[in-house]
Write a protein that binds this ligand. Structure first.
Ligand code: SMO
Length: 769
């Protein structure tokens, strides 16, 4: 990748390829009265135009995988006769060059009959709000409640000495992957095969959805993810524009490529977060946590996509975090608005939960006049109390929450430098538990999620002794190829460079629904791979013993780290000095020599499906130090210390990169990122000019990352997930630090991002500026 050898969607070579551009609604809410493509169709550069009527004949809506109770039957259409968000694709144009496709898409004359926009949750829930879903009673998509029964909450509240209640607003954010979305679809009318290269997080689920949308058989659709330049949750689902490109390829019997522009990525890639939550913490005698409860209003956008309410459900499930509390509960209400749908975003509801919880704890400490750190430490679940089942039914397997919190606090301790009088400086330390290894399948079944949680791998020793591993998880820039190769190499006892990891192709990879999501790829594919490697290692030893004429337990495998498979330094040794090289064992194995009659396995390959017994929970504590400029309201993060526990680390360098990247992303959400729309619901953040993500200069030079290790009890190898962990805590840590620096505005710090204008408004209201 660093040398420029990565192959992303736009790099793929294809001959005779045509290019697509989408016709999108400029309005947030409108009936499509006319779609006039006469001019485009008569242009010699034009290969195909499909409007809503054409698409209606060729496509079905995208299946819904995860629904809220009571959610109306309302799926994302490919053929839209009503636009429900600005940027919604209404048609597709295919031409011989990308520029021609864009010109011709501009030449399509849309006749739109405007409907009233409903840009915010407040607008959607207002009396007489215009309905977004035809035939539905209102704009609520349904509700679900998790946790302790109402009576238990009431009983605990009656013992309260202090109740802190706040309303929190967490804005929509863009994922901002380095590589935008894109599809290269090729249909061969001779074989009836549709081959789709896609910048996707989940090729297998994309294939299932494409089959449903296009009415194709699974054996005729192949989806391949090439190198993917970041996703962060935005490439989990099949999008209508991607489906249109595939429909056009089938129609034309040709190859069609579409690469999303950066503007399109801002406007029509599904967004993350978008939550308005009322929550409270009740405190009893001696600072004991009595109640966490919350009502979460989730801005689902124009459609409840497969995972639309999922993140908010996870907020409800994880509100309790690493603390003891007498009763905890939360209700999630999904709300339709006329904005682009929301869905998965790295941290998946846990960042929201951590922000709400840690802000409430800080506010309680302030009102009680006690140290926020002590209040947290006093209420943490202790390691000897694990496994512990929370009020929402999550069973924490292992961890030492106090060790991480104390370590982060100790790291952050330093004498403050002299600051000018208009600058305030302070720090805060916060904690979270991270759901990882999202599985088992039974859990998804319990939630009514039509996906599986298991992961399969195939691990093969080739005839020359080299090793190939196949998995359905995807490389999205997180280095998973390297980590999986390490696990296979270590399980087999062979050098790392003998192993090649092959990912992302539905024709060769074992089935995988969730793939590279939910901090699960390494734990589940890695767990499966470790089992497969141990089995294959045993088979190799048994074969070697046969060739050496001895018992397997009298054979030692000795492989030097720089040996190749045919080297005498890569051999099995018998008791009497006899030896046989690794390559020779593989070579004879493939010829069926020395095969015992009791087995029908010849090829040196093991397929393992791994469905763990339960979730495994990583955890972490973050400390932030900030300065607040009382004149400008500018918040600067001057130091950041993170202590994570992801069990056994496979590759510490990758782990460091994952956590550091997550922190950078979380800092953006703390300080600058907000996907905004105007009063008509039309996006106004359409480029990196209006939407600021952190640059290198925004990341503190003092960024310290450490790891503790409590091995997972559910995953072979003791691995836990870490893909999302870094992102979860920065908004909480930074906001609590700002509250500590300027306690006069602490009560008002309930909304993100902490832009200078928002902080300055709070300073003004408090009479400071
Ligand atoms: S937010 Mo993720 O792709 O589990």
């Amino acid at each position: 990748m660093v040398r420029g050898h990565g192959r992303f969607l736009a790099d793929l070579r294809a001959t005779g390829v045509l290019y697509a551009a989408l016709v999108r609604s400029p309005l947030a809410h409108a009936r499509v009265v006319g779609f006039d493509a006469t001019a485009a169709r008569s242009d010699p550069r034009c290969a195909l135009v499909l409007g809503p009527d054409d698409l209606a004949k060729r496509t079905a809506p995208i299946p819904t995988v995860w629904r809220l109770p009571g959610q109306p039957e309302d799926r994302v259409p490919i053929a839209a006769h009503t636009a429900r968000y600005a940027g919604q694709p209404l048609g597709i144009v295919v031409a011989d060059t990308p520029t021609a496709a864009e010109d011709l898409a501009d030449a399509v004359r849309l006749d739109l009959d405007p409907l009233p926009p409903v840009p915010t949750v407040a607008d959607a829930l207002a009396e007489h709000a215009p309905p977004i879903v035809p035939g539905a009673a209102g704009n609520e998509a349904g509700s679900i409640r998790f946790g302790a029964p109402q009576e238990e909450i009431a009983a605990a509240l009656s013992r309260a000495e202090l109740v802190v209640e706040r309303e929190f607003t967490l804005p929509r954010v863009n994922h901002s992957p380095l590589e935008s979305r894109g599809v290269l679809a090729e249909y061969d009318p001779g074989t009836g095969l549709l081959t789709v290269h896609a910048s996707s997080q989940s090729p297998h689920s994309m294939r299932q959805d494409l089959c449903a949308v296009l009415g194709l058989r699974a054996d005729r659709v192949r989806v391949i993810a090439p190198d993917v330049g970041g996703s962060f949750g935005s490439k989990v689902l099949l999008y209508p524009d991607e489906a249109m490109v595939c429909a056009a390829a089938v129609d034309l019997g040709a190859a069609v490529r579409w690469v999303e522009s950066r503007t399109e990525n801002f406007i029509c890639a599904y967004q993350g977060r978008g939550q308005r939550t009322t929550a409270r913490l009740a405190i009893g005698p001696e600072g004991r946590f009595l109640v966490f409860d919350a009502h979460i209003l989730a801005d689902l956008g124009a459609y409840a996509t497969q995972a639309g309410s999922g993140p908010h459900q996870v907020t409800a499930l994880t509100l309790q975090g690493p603390y003891h509390v007498d009763a905890a509960a939360a209700t999630v209400t999904g709300v339709y608005t006329t904005r682009v749908p929301t869905g998965a975003y790295r941290g998946y509801g846990m960042q929201e939960a951590a922000f709400i919880r840690e802000r409430l704890i800080d506010e309680a400490a302030r009102e009680l006049g006690v140290s926020p750190l002590d209040l947290r430490l006093d209420n943490l679940i202790r390691p000897e109390e694990l496994p512990h089942t929370t009020h929402t039914g999550l069973t924490y397997d292992s961890g030492d929450y106090g060790a991480a919190l104390r370590r982060a606090a100790a790291l952050a301790e330093r004498p403050p430098p002299p600051d000018p009088p208009w600058v305030r400086r302070a720090g805060a330390v916060v904690a979270a538990v991270e759901i990882s290894a999202f599985a088992p399948s039974a859990l998804l079944e319990a939630f009514g999620i039509a996906w599986s949680g298991w992961e399969g791998v195939r691990l093969r020793i080739n005839h020359d002794g080299t090793v190939t591993a196949y998995s359905g998880v995807i490389a999205v820039g997180q280095g998973i190829e390297t980590s999986l190769a390490q696990i296979a190499a270590e399980g087999l006892g062979v050098p790392l460079d003998w192993v090649r990891v092959e990912l992302g192709d539905t024709d060769t990879a074992p089935h995988s629904d969730l793939s590279a999501q939910a901090s699960r790829a390494l734990t589940l594919a890695g767990g499966a791979l470790l089992i497969a490697a141990r089995r294959l290692a045993d088979r190799m030893r048994t074969l070697a013993a046969g060739f050496l004429g001895t018992d397997p337990d009298r054979v030692t495998q000795r492989i030097a780290s720089h040996a190749d498979p045919s080297s005498p330094d890569a051999a099995f040794h018998g008791a009497d000095g006899a030896r046989i090289t690794w390559r020779e064992v593989a070579h004879r194995g493939y010829r069926g020599w020395g095969r015992r009659k009791s087995t029908d396995r010849i090829v040196l390959e093991e397929a393992v499906d791994f469905d763990p017994p339960q979730l495994t929970f990583a955890h972490g504590a973050h400390a932030a130090e900030v300065t607040v400029d009382l004149g400008t309201g500018r918040v600067t993060v001057t130091g950041y210390w993170a202590v994570h526990d992801s069990g056994v680390l496979v590759n510490p360098l990758i782990a460091h990169g994952q956590i550091a990247g997550g922190i950078a992303q979380g800092l953006g959400q703390a300080l600058t990122e907000e996907a905004r729309a105007d009063a008509e619901g039309v996006p106004v953040t359409r480029s990196f000019r209006e939407y600021a993500i952190p640059a290198a200069q925004d990341i503190p030079e003092d960024l310290v990352i450490e790891h503790t290790c409590t091995p997972s009890t559910a995953i072979p190898g003791g691995f836990k997930g870490l893909g999302e962990g870094g992102t979860i805590l920065p908004p909480a840590a930074v906001t609590c630090a700002v509250a500590a620096a300027v306690p006069e505005i602490a009560h008002a710090l309930t909304s993100l991002p902490l832009t200078p204008s928002r902080v300055r408004a709070a300073l003004r209201a408090a009479g400071i500026t």
